[in-house]
Design a protein around this ligand. Structure first.
Ligand SMILES: [Zn+2]
Length: 419
């Protein structure tokens, strides 16, 4: 039954969240798959699907699935349903984006930024930046959710930075509350390396369910997908391999204040430090890779050495976690085999054959903005999950039953189309 002027069959729509979730997560994208996966009767599936199609939330694409028998029409979430707002907080910039539900970048902006600005000013700047992106792009439907990527350990359940990090002044500060006060939508916060890991898994390596992702950039960190989910540890500090310490005669000082950390031996900032000592101009991972690209022997030697240091710690991680795949990303991964060979050498040498028999160690496909895309992925994974979808449909119904003048643009358009 179509929705008429916002007072139609809204009950059928709110009841349809299970069907919406199955389609939006890609779990079931045909009528027959919906029947099978939902366990509901044909009549109920048809009724709920019709409510979703009438409200313009779900569309039937012309393409067909090879179903063995006759072709099946493919069900998808309409891109106009809504949009996602994401921000990647870096150490020197804020990168903001407005994305479609299938994570296409619709608009983005980059703002110069100092971590020293502190949480309140930063969150206000992000909220202003988000509003500007919304104003620039016009009608993008309802705001599905907001995601923030932070360069610090994050207690995911509480949405807070934990422990001392580059984000001074953020420790245990509420992030979700102030963002949710700006926007009527759920807010998710996670550590940038976890989000990069999530994106690589979901977009490039979904066939492996246990993945270790190592980010080797100006700093070093790791993320782990265990049985298809991000493994965060008890407080979000999982994967902090950059600050594991090794003994040696003359251990280098780390930027965390300890001696002999992996970062102080192998991160972009440490290689740049060693290159400066040799008379080269280098400040960060990008400068290191520029020298490697110019075939500067000292830069190549230091990158190879870094690979072996990372290999040493990776071998321990492999022994503990037994990943099925290791993906190496970050700026220094652009050095290719100069970095990878040392990691492979140490892992295959030190781990038991059972752990390495089918273990591949590969480079992440080169792509910009993966922390930002991973943040979008985190938002849609949550918003399209069964509880997230129930909440979303309630919000959409509420926006439809409000007086026309108060409705968000997307809701007004949906009512016009359906009425
Ligand atoms: Zn350290």
């Amino acid at each position: 039954m179509p929705i008429r002027d916002g007072v139609g069959d809204t009950a059928a729509l709110t009841n349809a969240s299970d069907i919406f979730s199955l389609i939006a997560t890609g779990t079931a994208v045909s009528r027959s798959a919906l029947l099978e996966r939902s366990g509901l009767s044909r009549v109920t599936v048809t009724q709920r699907l019709n409510a979703l199609i009438a409200a313009d939330l779900i569309g039937e694409a012309a393409e067909t699935l090879p179903s063995g028998g006759r072709p099946t029409r493919v069900l998808t979430v309409n891109r106009q349903v809504g949009h996602v707002l994401v921000a990647n907080i870096g150490e020197s910039h804020l990168h903001l984006a407005l994305m479609s539900p299938d994570l296409m970048m619709i608009a983005q902006s980059t703002l110069r930024y100092e971590v020293a600005e502190g949480p309140t000013a930063t969150l206000n700047r992000i909220a202003d930046g988000f509003r500007q992106l919304q104003a620039e792009t016009g009608d993008n439907g309802i705001l599905l959710g907001i995601g923030l990527s932070l360069p610090a350990p994050v207690d995911y359940k509480r949405g807070r930075v934990v422990g001392p990090s580059v984000m001074r002044g953020w420790d245990d500060v509420d992030i979700i509350g102030p963002m949710a006060a700006h926007f009527d939508a759920p807010v998710y916060v996670d550590n940038d390396v976890n989000l990069m890991t999530l994106y690589e898994y979901r977009r490039h390596f979904q066939l492996a369910d246990d993945i270790l992702y190592i980010k080797v950039g100006t700093g070093i960190g790791a993320g782990f997908i265990a049985d298809g989910k991000i493994f965060r540890g008890a407080h979000g500090a999982s994967g902090d391999i950059g600050h594991i310490q090794f003994d040696s005669d003359d251990p280098p000082l780390c930027r965390c204040g300890k001696l002999g950390c992996v970062e102080a031996r192998a991160a972009g900032w440490a290689i740049a430090r060693d290159l400066r000592a040799l008379g080269f101009k280098a400040e960060n991972a990008r400068d290191v890779i520029a020298l490697v690209d110019e075939q500067v022997p000292e830069a190549i030697m230091l990158l190879r050495k870094a690979g072996r240091v990372i290999g040493e710690v990776t071998a321990d991680v492999v022994s503990i976690l037994n990943p099925g795949l290791i993906v190496v990303g970050g700026t220094l991964a652009r050095g290719g085999d100069f970095l990878l060979s040392g990691i492979r050498e140490l892992v295959y040498q030190r781990c038991l054959p059972l752990a390495t028999r089918e273990l591949n160690i590969v480079l992440a496909p080169p792509q910009a903005d993966i922390a930002l895309l991973g943040t979008g992925q985190l938002v849609v994974d949550n918003v399209f999950s069964p509880p997230g979808a129930a909440d979303l449909l309630n919000r959409i119904v509420a926006s439809m039953t409000r007086p026309v003048a108060d409705r968000p643009e997307g809701a007004r358009r949906r009512v016009r189309r359906a009425g």
